[in-house]
Design a protein around this ligand. Structure first.
Ligand code: FES
Length: 120
């Protein structure tokens, strides 16, 4: 519907929690991270701005132990969940690339390229 792609059922994502998956976006195959945190769902490319590696430290796990930040498994950069800003590590001040999500009828959708997070 409206060029949106169904990604996963909201109930399969813990609050707080994360998932990663591959999908087509903006004309290419990409890995994306989906983070559910404080009543919102955030989406980013699973592509660290430091060296371009996936962030997962276990499959689908990109949050730190306290669920306060996104953390990169490769060199430990930490990113704010709400806007993807790197607040510590080798890419300090860089940002994760946001992907726009929406939540409707208990399903998380990937929207065509434009803005960023959705109320859960
Ligand atoms: S590749 Fe992510 S911090 Fe280095």
């Amino acid at each position: 519907m409206n060029g949106e792609t169904a990604l996963l059922d909201l109930h399969t994502l813990p609050e707080p929690g994360s998932a990663t998956l591959e999908t087509d976006y903006d004309g290419r195959r990409v890995s994306i991270m989906i983070i559910r945190h404080h009543g919102a769902v955030h989406g980013y490319l699973n592509d660290c701005p430091h060296l371009g590696t996936p962030l997962d430290w276990l499959p689908g796990e990109v949050l730190d132990r306290d669920h306060r930040h996104i953390i990169c498994a490769t060199h430990g950069a930490r990113f704010r969940i709400r806007d993807g800003l790197c607040i510590s590590g080798p890419c300090l001040g860089d940002r994760l690339a946001a992907v726009p999500l929406s939540v409707r009828g208990g399903v998380i959708y990937l929207k065509p390229p434009s803005d960023s997070c959705a109320e859960a």
